[in-house]
Design a protein around this ligand. Structure first.
Ligand code: MRU
Length: 352
């Protein structure tokens, strides 16, 4: 079975009067879809991780803004723009770290700048949201094509979190090479870190890869060093939520640990991300806002309390890997490496 004939469900689908969302919080036990009918449904779904993964968050927010605008009753273009900015700001407040959210919402607002009527503006918003989703699928496939030659038949590769098909329009970023390898009969094995505290690796990455018949083994996060050593892991590949102008990369908490381990074991550490995840306005990782989430994600497990009442908790959802620990950043334009500041500048100037 290959990815081409595997139907991994789409995380987000536009359905004219609502957004159909795969509820990623219920996976893998239940494959359930929810209807997002209002902008607050969309905000809640992003906040509660029913949809997660930087590109998928951006796509959902884009459809959310198009949906909200569709419901405006005004015929006045000035009033329309005022409501749009209000709703843009509301959706932008759902999660702080993944820059794709702000990038997608910004693209939508820009798409209506020259509209001459409210109707035209509503149509443009929807077209732009659809375009973002269509582009993301092609982008992820290209990321997979650029990533695949970095591995060889028989390699075992480690990943964390879920940077897969359901975190994007399709294919994923860090998981794209494994799907492409399957299509080309190249054998790659994946070691998936479970990704405490909310287990995107255990629940989502293994669920996705199993459907495409990719060889995947689940480990807990604290088994990473032992597994690299004992199973001969040849590389680590992760996704990204925001990449600063100097290449510093925010991704799921635990990524920085893996980058340090890769350095210690002298194996390559790759980040796979579309250009929509780069934030060239942010100079370095220290400027990236890191989301802190509900302490209950740590003090409770499957609804059961596992830590004493009132214990102090620190629950950052992301960490920042300094660029010097990254062997290469795999984008739809190719693999960046070396002097990230100038490489990133070149890509954004269209010189790559
Ligand atoms: O909190 P999440 O699940 O949204 O975090 C997701 C990640 O950290 C992913 O690795 C990243 O968004 C890349 S998804 C292609």
């Amino acid at each position: 079975m290959s990815f081409t004939n595997t139907i991994i469900p789409r995380s987000v689908e536009w359905k004219e009067t609502y957004i159909r969302l795969l509820d990623q919080q219920k996976l893998p036990a239940v494959t359930e879809y929810i209807k997002l009918q209002t902008i607050s449904d969309v905000w809640e779904a992003i906040k509660a991780l029913k949809v997660r993964g930087a590109p998928a968050i951006g796509i959902t927010a884009a459809f959310g803004l198009a949906l909200a605008a569709k419901q405006y009753e005004t015929e006045n273009l000035e009033e329309f723009h005022r409501l749009l900015v209000r709703d843009h700001d509301y959706l932008a407040s759902s999660r702080p770290t993944a820059v794709n959210l702000f990038w997608a919402l910004g693209r939508l607002v820009k798409s209506v700048q020259s509209a001459v009527s409210v109707n035209e503006a509503k149509t443009s918003l929807l077209h732009e949201a659809i375009q973002i989703q269509v582009e993301d699928e092609a982008t992820c496939r290209r990321i997979g094509e650029h990533a695949l030659p970095l591995f060889k038949n028989g390699d075992s590769v480690m990943t964390i979190c879920n940077a897969g098909s359901i975190a994007t329009a399709r294919y994923g970023t860090a998981l794209a090479p494994f799907y492409l390898a399957k299509e080309k009969n190249i054998n790659l094995s994946v070691y998936a870190c479970e990704t405490r505290p909310v287990l995107q690796g255990a629940r989502l990455t293994t669920w996705e890869l199993l459907q495409a018949d990719v060889d995947v083994t689940l480990i807990t996060d604290n088994m990473a060093a032992h597994t690299i050593f004992s199973k001969g892991i040849s590389a680590i590949i992760v996704g990204a939520d925001r990449i600063a102008a100097n290449g510093d990369t925010a991704n799921k908490i635990g990524t920085y640990n893996l980058a340090l381990l890769a350095g210690a074991f002298q194996i390559p550490f790759y980040v796979a991300a579309p250009l929509s995840t780069f934030d060239t306005e942010t100079k370095s990782g220290t400027e990236i806002p890191i989301e802190e989430r509900d302490p209950k994600e740590i003090t409770h497990f499957g609804g059961q309390q596992i830590a004493p009442d009132h214990v102090k908790v620190f629950n950052p959802a992301f960490d920042v890997t300094p660029h010097h620990l990254i062997t290469g950043i795999i984008t739809e334009k190719g693999v960046l490496s070396g002097d990230y500041s100038s490489e990133i500048q070149k890509v954004f100037k269209g010189e790559v």
